[in-house]
Design a protein around this ligand. Structure first.
Ligand SMILES: [Fe+2]
Ligand SMILES: [Fe+2]
Length: 284
């Protein structure tokens, strides 16, 4: 089940029209000499370390997309679809790779890890561990990524509200803007699956939402404790918010498409029960 080429092309074009203008320079846009490390709390430093690992798993993520959407697919039609998607994947990966490196550079310049070789060694240890999105159907891969993009956007946004160190603050603003654009792309894609395939895709989206876990949850040592501590650093961050945002988005699609309104609402009820979510009305 794949999106028709003309729809996919429209989404990828929309994304790259924005992305090609949305550049910042990981080496020059941040003024490293203005870092004031004394303004960082230990909790904030730990949060930076954690998100550097999360962003730095990009090579595994990119490889997963390449193997799920190969240019050398069996049929010509699929190859064309995958080539079109690659226009997005490669640009998006560039942006994610910039996040990883900018955060690593921040660790280096702030003195959190003054030895770049050592820093890279620590990062590669996590990077070498196996990574899998855990889903292979396109709509599920995109739903998973949508949730992850929303989680990172919300986290950076919440963290930036309390970080007093000016350079980290600026970096978090850059990251938030990129993540929000990434989320926008996956939102369009998931909606497109619903408008193209109707209620067929609802159980697939539901399955991902119910089983969503952040990358590294099963490979990083002491992940759970670190994740709880990192969430505490970002007041207002709610780990269920990405799922709630997705449910709201599904509800809006149902309101526009009366023929799938009922199965969407039933699915939302099941997800809310299962995830013990009381309301999604307060979600924008
Ligand atoms: Fe990112
Ligand atoms: Fe992202």
């Amino acid at each position: 089940m794949q999106l028709p080429l003309e729809k996919l092309r429209q989404h990828v074009d929309n994304y790259n029209k924005l992305a090609d203008d949305a550049n910042w320079n990981r080496f020059k846009s941040l003024h490293w000499n203005e870092i004031r490390p004394e303004l960082l709390t230990q909790g904030q430093k730990d949060a930076v370390i954690f998100v550097t690992y999360v962003e730095d798993h990009l090579p595994g993520y990119f490889a997963e997309y390449q193997s799920l959407f190969p240019i050398t697919a069996e049929g010509m039609k699929e190859s064309i679809h995958n080539r079109e998607l690659f226009h997005f994947t490669v640009r998006w990966s560039l942006e994610e790779d910039r996040h990883a490196q900018a955060l690593a550079l921040y660790q280096f310049h702030s003195g959190m890890e003054p030895n770049r070789d050592l820093l890279e060694e620590k990062l590669i240890i996590e990077n070498r561990k196996p990574f899998s999105i855990g889903f292979s159907k396109p709509v599920q891969v995109f739903t998973y990524t949508l949730l992850q993009e929303k989680a990172t956007q919300l986290y950076y946004q919440s963290l930036s509200r309390v970080v007093k160190e000016p350079v980290l603050n600026r970096l978090l603003v850059y990251l938030t803007k990129d993540e929000s654009r990434h989320f926008g792309f996956f939102c369009e894609i998931v909606e497109s699956f619903l408008t193209t395939f109707g209620d067929e895709v609802i159980p697939l989206i539901e399955e991902v939402t119910l089983n969503y876990k952040m990358p590294l949850h099963n490979t990083m040592s002491d992940y759970r404790r670190k994740a709880i501590l990192m969430a505490r650093e970002a007041p207002g961050y709610d780990r269920m918010l990405p799922q709630k945002v997705l449910m709201r988005q599904l509800r809006r699609v149902g309101e526009r498409m009366s023929e799938i309104k009922k199965p969407i609402e039933e699915s939302i009820t099941r997800m809310m029960d299962s995830l013990r979510i009381g309301t999604i009305e307060d979600v924008v």
